[in-house]
Structure formats: C-alpha cells, structure tokens
Design a protein. Structure first.
Length: 69
C-alpha cells in the first residue's frame, strides 16, 4: 500500500503531506490533520485546457501526519 511505503521511507519525526486527496474525510478519520482553504479561481489559461482536462480546479485541501515510529 502506498501509505505504508510513505511511512516506511519517512524518518521518525518527519511529515507526510498530501495535496487534494480524493477522500480527505477518510484521512481525517484516520487521525491526519486536514487543512482546507477557500477555493481559488483558476488562473487565466487557454480554453483548450478546459476542453482537454475539464474545468481547472486548483488544489485547496491538504492532509498531513507525523511519522512517530
């Protein structure tokens, strides 16, 4: 599992932070700290980006935890 590998390679006392995880509520329930900022508008960009990727949605959520063991 990816989270287990992140913990394995992070030194004790280090932090793991994920930007805009798909399910931030799940991480919060697991004891991760959740930081939410108001959504920012996407910067000016060529229209083809929206056509190719869909509407741009700048990140506005962060979850993080300390590695203690």
């Amino acid at each position: 599992m990816v989270l287990a590998e992140l913990r394995r390679v992070t030194a004790r006392g280090g932090s793991i932070a994920l930007i805009s995880p798909e399910r931030p509520d799940w991480f919060e329930k697991q004891g991760w700290r959740r930081v939410t900022a108001p959504p920012w508008p996407a910067p000016d960009h060529p229209p083809w980006l929206d056509e190719f990727f869909g509407p741009l949605d700048p990140p506005h959520e962060l979850v993080m935890t300390l590695v203690e063991d």
